[in-house]
Structures are given as C-alpha cells and as structure tokens.
Ligand binder design. Structure first.
Ligand code: BTN
Length: 243
C-alpha cells in the first residue's frame, strides 16, 4: 500500500535522502517520507528546491519492484498530481513539471537504482505559497494551489488526495498513463529549445521520450531540459500577422 509506513520530519535535509537511507533498512514498497521543511531540498539538473515551512508538500515515496516502469515513473507521478487537483486545469511540461496557467506548481525528482529494484520519487508541490512569498526570480514562473484556486488549502488533505491518486496511477496500465499524460501536454505543437537544438514539440513516444520535429527530421529527447522558445515563430498560427 502506498503511503504506509510514513515517516514525518519537522526538519530534515532532503526527504529523498531520508527515503534513500531507508532503502538499506529494508523499508517496503510504498514507504512515504514527508517533511515540513528541508535544508537541502534537491531539484532536477542539480538545482536546489526551496520551500517555506508547512506551505508545501515535500514528500518522497519509495517504490520497489517496478524496474520495468522506471522511465515512466516521473511521468506517472505528474499525471497523479494533476488528477489529485480536479478543480485546477493542470498541464505537464515534459518530462514532469506540473503547470497551471503556464506557471510551475510542482516538481518531481526520480532517484534510484532500477537494477537494484528500487527508486525514490520525490515530489515538491506548492500548496499555500503566496506569490509574495516567492523569491523575486520565481514570481513570474511559479505558482501554488492556493494562488491558482484563490483560497488556502489544507496541506494534509492535499497529501491524502495525492497518495490516493499515486496509488491508482502507479498501478494503472502504461497505455492509460501515456494517454493521460498526452492529454495534458503543455508543449504539444510549441517551438522548444534545448542546450544544442530547437524544433517543434510533437508529443512523447511510448517510452516517455519527447519527440521534436526539427529541420533534420523528428528526433527523440530522453533526458535534460527543454524550454519554450521565446523567438517569434513564423509558422505559429497564433502569431500576429501585422504588416
Ligand atoms: C524539480 O527540479 O522540478 C524537482 C523538484 C523536486 C523537489 C522535491 S521536494 C521533496 C523531495 N525531496 C527533495 O530533496 N527533492 C524532492
């Protein structure tokens, strides 16, 4: 069962680090680690993840025995987050950022060793963070459930809904996960850029890789970071045709 046992810290370094430490002790599939506050929260691409105490969900889930689904786990978690928030119009920016109104609501970090039969799924979900609580550099790009819904929410209730959703989606057939992910694809049809290329996002393949149409044909991106292009797009029908 997902979410049992649960270990909660008022303050810890990183829930992912604590969950990884529990792997060695034989903790079972579904073990949940939560925290009010982290001193060394980790994000993707080596970035830090900062959150004010008790205003966010900071959790890590130990997953065992799902090595055949490892690549799809972060995408699955993003679908579960969206599904746990039925009143918000959530989209997913490949591979697993959850957005509302083009702003990031939730980040997901998968760590682990599939060959050893375990993975830790770390989720940081902004619940009651107010726009003025965000550091200035994130005010235009981040949001929270309360900011999007217009009212504060109970963090523990959001956790309950998310755990139920994770329980459902982690056990769901892969084709259902892929269909649900594709229905929320924030990049579909948009011009995107990455470290050494650009093109038009064209969905994901069945392994979760991003497909991008480039001048040299369709390519697959299976790791890294892509950004929506800020350059004007001559083929985008939404572009102003001012003459
Ligand atoms: C991202 O960069 O978008 C992923 C952020 C993941 C943050 C969460 S918070 C709970 C868990 N513990 C961590 O140290 N990181 C993840």
């Amino acid at each position: 069962m997902i979410g049992v046992p649960r270990v909660h810290f008022r303050l810890t370094d990183s829930t992912n680090e604590r969950a990884k430490a529990l792997v060695e002790t034989g903790a079972p599939h579904g073990t949940l680690v939560t925290a009010d506050e982290q001193t060394a929260g980790r994000g993707r691409q080596g970035r830090a993840w900062r959150a004010l105490p008790r205003a966010s969900l900071l959790l890590s889930l130990l997953v065992r025995g799902l090595e055949d689904r490892h690549a799809l786990l972060p995408l699955t978690a993003a679908v579960a987050v969206c599904d746990a928030l039925p009143d918000l119009d959530c989209q997913i920016k490949w591979p697993n950022d959850v957005w509302v109104d083009g702003r990031k609501l939730c980040g997901i970090l998968l760590e682990g060793r599939p060959q050893a039969g375990w993975a830790v799924l770390g989720i940081g979900l902004n619940v009651n963070v107010r726009p003025e609580d965000l550091p200035p550099e994130l005010r235009d790009t981040a949001t929270s459930i309360a900011a999007a819904a217009g009212e504060p929410r109970d963090v523990e209730k959001e956790l309950e809904a998310l755990i139920a959703s994770l329980d459902h989606w982690i056990a769901a057939p892969e084709d259902e996960v892929l269909a649900a992910w594709r229905a929320r694809d924030a990049l579909a049809g948009r011009r995107v850029e990455w470290a050494d290329g650009e093109g038009r996002a064209a969905g994901i393949d069945d392994s979760g890789s991003l497909l991008v149409e480039t001048d040299d044909g369709v390519i697959e991106l299976n790791a890294g970071e892509v950004h929506i292009s800020r350059l004007p797009d001559s083929t985008d029908p939404r572009r102003c045709r001012c003459s």
